[in-house]
Design a protein around this ligand. Structure first.
Ligand code: ATP
Ligand code: MG
Length: 287
């Protein structure tokens, strides 16, 4: 699969309303897709092992989407089988009082993946130009009033771009996924959550309230993605109406990116090799 199809080219103004949510890129059966996903997961496990041993790069995978688009399921399926020691998942909710006493990247910095690790953000600092913008929450953020200008969103896009460039320059590979679901499919999934007892816990009436702001969210997503898709931190718009395809596409992008990284198992020096040989001999000579 060509992952280029889903990447947002830098400086391109996207229009989400004309980007398909039900594309399956030629895959017609869920069964075939599941096979490829399984194979990708195998490759990812091997690559993660190398990333961990290499211990220089880190990966940051950001998931953003409307409610019920499938962030949780995608994270669960695509990351299944990875070594838990090498991954860190963080879900970002409404900021706490302590978090609001700092700038909006404070809590983010604390959650960034260590070298050799894969960090997964379930929501992220992008909420700062999405929900905060849709509901005008900026006034709750304790930023001095005189510093909030009409240009605040463009200012935040620039801050985010600068932050991501900084991370990239210091060895963090960033991939950003927008799981693009249709309004119709969201309704179907909400109804399923209401109708199926085992899914009731996933439903919240706040989700219905947010659904009323669908168009505002799409507009903010569109602007944020257009302004912040960069070569060093690209956005991918993943068709999310078919969960099996969404998971496959995400796995494909992660594997292809990791495969290109110059990561290697550390090479031992002649001296270290000699030490190993000595240790081996010592073990073998044990009585
Ligand atoms: P689920 O699939 O379980 O519903 P979720 O990511 O929607 O997952 P919730 O606890 O339902 O989790 O919602 C978290 C809420 O926190 C979201 O509505 C999100 O917009 C909000 N949020 C996240 N970051 C911020 C932020 N910086 N400022 C304000 N609200 C935020
Ligand atoms: Mg929710």
């Amino acid at each position: 699969m060509s992952i280029n199809k889903f990447i947002v080219k830098p400086n391109l103004k996207i229009d989400l309303s004309i980007i398909k949510t039900d594309d399956t890129n030629g895959f017609s059966s869920k069964k075939d897709a599941k096979k490829v996903l399984k194979n990708n997961i195998k490759k990812m496990i091997a690559l993660q092992d190398k990333l961990y041993a290499d211990d220089n790069y880190s990966m940051l995978l950001i998931f953003q989407a409307m409610d019920a688009a499938g962030k949780d399921g995608t994270i669960k399926h695509v990351m299944s089988g990875l070594n838990p020691q090498g991954t860190q998942v963080t879900s970002f909710k409404q900021p706490s009082a302590e978090e609001l006493n700092h700038n909006y990247l404070w809590r983010i910095n604390k959650a960034l993946p260590e070298r050799g690790r894969i960090g997964i953000f379930n929501r992220s600092y992008y909420e700062e130009v999405l929900v905060v913008r849709v509901h005008d929450l900026i006034k709750n953020e304790k930023i001095p009033k005189e510093l909030i200008s009409d240009n605040i969103w463009n200012q935040r896009f620039k801050e985010i771009n600068d932050f991501e460039k900084f991370l990239f320059d210091n060895g963090t590979i960033i991939l950003k996924f927008f799981l693009h679901v249709s309004k119709e499919e969201q309704k179907k999934r909400f109804l399923e959550r209401i109708d199926k007892k085992s899914k009731n816990w996933k439903f919240s009436d706040a989700d219905i309230k947010e659904r009323q702001f669908w168009n505002e969210y799409q507009k903010c997503y569109q602007e944020a993605i257009s302004a912040t898709s960069k070569k060093h931190a690209p956005w991918f718009i993943i068709p999310a109406d078919h969960k099996w395809f969404m998971r496959l596409a995400v796995s494909e992008i992660i594997v292809e990116t990791m495969d290109k990284l110059p990561i290697n198992y550390p090479k031992l020096s002649a001296e270290q090799l000699k030490d190993l040989a000595d240790c081996k001999k010592q073990l073998e000579d044990e009585k």
